[in-house]
Design a protein. Structure first.
Length: 421
């Protein structure tokens, strides 16, 4: 959420942000509604002042004057009640609009839609196979590494792994949590569901409500990332400045409805309804210097993980129209997928300044004793099964088996994934 004072004082900045991020939001309607709310609050204050004055006069009034004062007090009370109802309705509408206001992006972001995303660098070379390589689905089928019957049980966009590949998925998640702990992040295992307020706090609601599954009969929703829960952990608290930054590595199963993805990545492990994810999350003080430092840290962690997994990857500076309403800066990390001859996203590093903190009530007391909203950042550490598609295809051997990167050998106890018979 953008500070309402900032919107009032810098409407042109906000208009530009709305245009840059391709938002469908009428800023004039928001500002007009804000004026109405301010007027109603002022009028209510005037009514309350007059009611207090009338109430003080009644005991001292003459018998002839008292009925008029009593009647005036009742009239003021009725008018105030009507105004309070109108104010509540307009404040709710204003809040709905404020939740849609995008954060102005950093000046270095490419302007435009997804086509304007800009590659920053590449690390590692795509493999040059001396044999006809298989795609990850072919490898799964050849080695008996997945259970084809699962779609009959759980529907489309589901997966069930078998044998060494099942152990490999668990090993990857274990490896990611260990890695983040060594980097000074607190590992947490988290619920895969949260209340609506948590989704509003991250910005998943209202913008991406269609991607989230509600749990029938409850006030809970399945989360698509541990960020939703991590971002709500300190809601309503006032932290001490010396407690910052908070660094968390949260693991939870993740769920997405994949609404609007009909026909996309229907084969294999790239786009499924349930997956597993270790998420990096940082809550820091309200300064661009602290935010930039944390951003580089989160991005560096993702890069180091991919180097340990021996995967070729690239960094992409995300454009204003592709980064989402709450982002100040976003850099995606994409890993090369041989079967498609292109890079596919595996990590998304985001800085949101105080946009989430204002929504979620994430505050701290600075060195001068002033209560301020914190800054938040997040990035994937590792998510399965998508990363498995890259690992299988990039590390496949001529006989159809798959090599295990050296960093994972201690977790799996073997250097090659064997077929499951």
């Amino acid at each position: 959420m953008v500070d309402l004072k900032r919107i009032r004082q810098n409407p042109e900045e906000v208009r530009r942000a709305i245009a840059l991020k391709g938002m469908d939001l009428d800023l004039e309607a928001l500002l007009a509604l804000d004026e109405e709310v301010l007027h109603l609050r002022q009028r209510l204050q005037e009514l309350q002042t007059e009611r207090n004055q009338v109430a003080k006069q009644v005991p001292k009034a003459s018998p002839e004057e008292r009925p008029r004062l009593v009647a005036r007090g009742k009239a003021l009370a009725e008018e105030a009640k009507a105004l309070e109802e109108a104010l509540r309705e307009k404040e709710a509408r204003l809040q709905d609009l404020l939740l849609q206001v995008p954060l102005p992006p950093w000046p270095g972001a490419p302007v435009g839609d997804e086509s304007q995303n800009r590659e920053i660098k590449r690390v590692g070379a795509p493999p040059d196979f001396p044999f006809p390589p298989l795609d990850h689905v072919g490898l799964l089928e050849r080695n008996g590494w997945w259970e084809p019957r699962i779609s009959q049980v759980s529907g489309s966009r589901t997966y069930a792994l078998r044998g060494d590949l099942a152990r490999y998925e668990v090993a990857l998640l274990h490896f990611a949590l260990d890695f983040m702990a060594r980097k000074g992040f607190v590992p947490l295992t988290l619920p895969a569901y949260a209340r609506e307020a948590a989704f509003v706090g991250t910005g998943h609601f209202p913008a991406y409500r269609d991607q989230v599954w509600p749990i029938a009969g409850t006030d809970l929703y399945l989360t698509g990332t541990a960020e939703v829960v991590l971002n709500a952990l300190h809601s309503g608290e006032i932290l001490k400045r010396e407690e910052l930054p908070k660094r968390y590595a949260g693991y939870a199963p993740a769920f997405r409805s994949e609404a609007g993805s009909f026909g996309k990545d229907v084969r294999g492990l790239l786009r499924v309804h349930q997956f597993h994810k270790v998420e990096q999350y940082v809550l820091t003080e309200a300064s661009l210097e602290a935010s930039d430092q944390a951003f580089e840290e989160l991005l560096g962690n993702a890069e180091e993980i991919l180097r340990l997994l021996e995967l070729p990857y690239r960094l992409v500076e995300v454009s204003t129209g592709d980064m989402g309403p709450g982002k100040w800066r976003q850099v995606d990390v994409e890993v090369y997928l041989p079967s498609e001859g292109r890079y596919r996203e595996t990590h998304s590093c985001s800085a949101l300044l105080d946009w989430q903190a204002r929504r979620a009530g994430l505050r701290y007391r600075d060195e001068g004793g002033r209560v301020r909203y914190a800054y938040t950042l997040n990035n994937t550490a590792l998510a399965t099964p998508r990363i498995l598609a890259m690992l299988l295809e990039n590390h496949q051997l001529p006989d159809g088996r798959v090599r295990v990167p050296g960093a994972l050998v201690p977790y799996l106890g073997k250097e090659v994934l064997e077929p499951c018979v």
